[in-house]
Design a binder for this molecule. Structure first.
Ligand code: CP3
Length: 340
């Protein structure tokens, strides 16, 4: 069975374009809120193969997306390595911050395998239950983005602590990155072994790096993960999402070797079609706020994106994750428009 999403990632133009949405499983769906209540905490949900695979499949059943994304979180990696991580209702993630070399001893690669075993079982279960034309995406956070949470101790506005440490104690940051790179390769490789057919690396906070430091803290670590995964799993495509890096995207694609890039809503799509699409498959970039608002403006924007990017290898997606306040009908309307 041909999977249009995987075809597009291999560089073949698909009409209509395959589609999935970042954060397509989540609080905007009543059936998610149901399961979430039954699970107790968010991490309990992530570590329950039965419930997490159910939640992975919910948006596929409801909307018929071309790809499902494993239900888990980028903070599973530091949690599985031994850092204290917890989610408080309405406040987002919290971590006991690690800010020096001594703190790194809390993170043990040997813990990773046993800790992520339930997540790998989620991958296997979800893959078994997917419709034949739907592909399964595994994922991890890129080292820079995961490091912002590890060091800042949660969501940050300024990223000041980590940014300062890249100048004042780069050997600590290097040490942290070595651990995160090794853990990401092992974790993603295990996801592929369990049934993931493509991988997305979320570098949500790449855009806070000065352009001159992007190579060191975003591009090089990503390239190392891509190279090691490609050696172990040559056929499995990797999608990068270096959010907010603007024209540095050209360097990112050329130097990391990703098969595809996810484009945030800030990128002009004509520029993307000209500069990026000849190098990699492009995924994006409907504004999540416009998806929440809906109406004719949303439909026009969907058509404009497909007009500009649909002539090359393309996967329709959002520029960032679905907002919890999004009416599910708007998602259905976007898919109808694409498949009309
Ligand atoms: O459907 C999917 O996309 C699959 C699952 C998924 C989640 N998080 C579930 C989740 C994925 C791929 C992620 C990635 C993730 N997690 C990122 C990168 C992508 C992005 O959105 O930028 C980041 C930065 C995180 C860290 C994280 N997890 C934050 C900042 C938060 C709190 C904000 C929020 O939306 O609540 C989370 C929690 C989280 N991860 C939820 C979900 C469904 C909500 C938790 C809940 O149900 O209570």
């Amino acid at each position: 069975m041909i999977k249009p999403f995987l075809e597009a990632l291999s560089g073949h133009i698909q009409t209509p374009p395959p589609v999935w949405f970042m954060r397509q499983a989540g609080r905007y769906l009543p059936e998610y809120r149901d399961v979430r209540t039954r699970a107790g905490g968010f991490l309990d949900l992530c570590y329950s193969p039965q419930l997490a695979s159910e939640v992975t499949l919910q948006p596929i059943r409801r909307f018929g997306f071309d790809a499902a994304i494993l239900f888990a979180d980028i903070l599973i990696v530091p949690h599985a390595l031994g850092q204290r991580v917890w989610f408080t209702e309405g406040e987002g993630p919290k971590l006991e911050p690690i800010r020096d070399r001594a703190g790194l001893t809390q993170l043990a690669i040997s813990r990773l395998g046993p800790a992520v075993a339930p997540i790998l079982e989620t991958v296997t279960r979800a893959r078994q239950q997917l419709p034949a034309r739907c592909a399964l995406i595994g994922f991890a956070g890129a080292p820079w983005t995961v490091a912002t949470y590890v060091v800042e101790g949660g969501s940050s506005r300024s990223f000041e602590t980590l940014r300062r440490l890249t100048y004042q104690d780069p050997s600590f940051v290097d040490g942290l990155f070595e651990i995160l790179i090794e853990a990401s390769v092992e974790y993603l490789s295990a996801q592929i072994g369990a049934g993931a057919e493509a991988i997305q690396l979320f570098d949500t906070w790449a855009g806070v790096l000065p352009a001159a430091d992007l190579e060191r803290w975003c591009i090089t670590p990503t390239r190392r993960i891509v190279e090691q995964l490609r050696r172990r799993h040559p056929g499995v495509p990797i999608i990068g999402f270096p959010r907010g890096i603007g024209p540095s995207l050209v360097c990112y694609v050329e130097r990391t070797g990703v098969a595809a890039v996810s484009i945030d809503s800030g990128m002009p799509i004509e520029w993307v079609a000209r500069e990026i699409q000849p190098l990699a498959t492009v995924q994006g970039n409907l504004d999540p706020i416009l998806l929440q608002v809906g109406g004719p403006r949303m439909i026009d924007e969907v058509r404009r994106i497909v007009d500009v990017l649909g002539r090359g290898p393309f996967v329709f997606n959002l520029g960032h994750g679905i907002l919890p306040t999004t009416p599910p009908e708007h998602v259905a309307q976007v898919l109808e428009t694409l498949r009309m």
